[in-house]
Design a protein around this ligand. Structure first.
Ligand code: GLN
Length: 263
């Protein structure tokens, strides 16, 4: 499965996330520690999205992060106070293309999925059918992660907050596709929302910054593991962990009249 991370805080060079720490995202791409049986390395593409004064910027490629000759210098020279990055291990049968690499993006939102939708695609036909046809015709890629992004984005476009969009999508897909691994990660550059369903996640936070990552980037003892079955809502100075079982209102939002069949 993939590895992903999101950062919100004072501007830092992207290399502080991607390359410099001992267990940076680059290191996690070829030597991940906690894949839980879902693959071995993350060599099927990568991406990084970051917020700038001119709006969001994204850089994705279909190959391994460690083999991009230009990314280290780019990452050293780009500073941002909000970023999401991911490395991909494609699920068997899903295409390897930059379009399938996270982060998925619209406006200020960057999104990533670590995991797999069990029984794909039949298990989520009903949820997909509730999306506007245009969204299905323009899906980023024919992958489970791209559909999850379309479901989350649909909620965001309808005015849901980040928590509601993630919690609602996780509840809906977990119900129709039990056994799925649904570690979703979403940020708007201010808040980071992440779910843990079947995969690892850790958080490093203080009053100034928050860093959420599949695996800790270094040996800092302040890293905290996020328990399975949680929605994490993190901002500098504020960390909330909501058990999935308590996210009923979000489920109700997703199952509302505007998304028939989504529950
Ligand atoms: N199912 C996702 C894909 O193929 C895999 C993401 C992951 O965690 N490996 O894109």
């Amino acid at each position: 499965m993939c590895r992903h991370l999101a950062y919100v805080g004072p501007p830092i060079p992207l290399s502080r996330l991607l390359f410099e720490p001992p267990h940076s995202l680059s290191h996690q791409s070829w030597a991940p520690r906690d894949m839980r049986g879902g693959g071995t390395i993350n060599a099927d593409g990568f991406g990084v999205g970051w917020h700038t004064a001119d709006g969001p910027v994204r850089y994705r490629r279909a190959g391994p992060l460690w083999s991009d000759p230009d990314l280290p210098a780019l990452a050293r020279s780009v500073r941002s106070g909000g970023a999401l990055a991911a490395v991909r291990s494609a699920t068997v049968g899903m295409p390897v293309t930059p379009f399938a690499a996270a982060p998925f993006n619209e406006g200020p939102w960057f999104f990533s999925h670590n995991g797999v939708v069990a029984g794909w695609p039949a298990s989520v036909e009903k949820a997909a059918a509730a999306l506007p046809l245009n969204d299905l015709l323009t899906l980023d890629a024919p992958t489970d992660s791209a559909l999850l992004w379309a479901l989350v984005r649909d909620q965001l476009r309808r005015g849901s907050g980040l928590f509601e969009a993630v919690a609602g999508t996780v509840a809906s897909v977990a119900a129709s596709a039990p056994g799925s691994r649904l570690n979703l990660l979403l940020t708007d550059g201010t808040t980071v929302v992440a779910s843990t369903v079947g995969h690892a996640l850790s958080v490093l936070a203080d009053e100034h910054s928050v860093l959420v990552s599949s695996e800790p980037l270094d040996a800092d003892p302040s890293w905290r593991p996020v328990p399975d079955g949680t929605i994490l809502v993190a901002e500098p100075g504020s960390l909330k962990q909501i058990p999935l079982s308590d996210s009923q209102p979000a489920r109700a939002v997703h199952a509302g009249p505007t998304t028939p069949g989504a529950a």
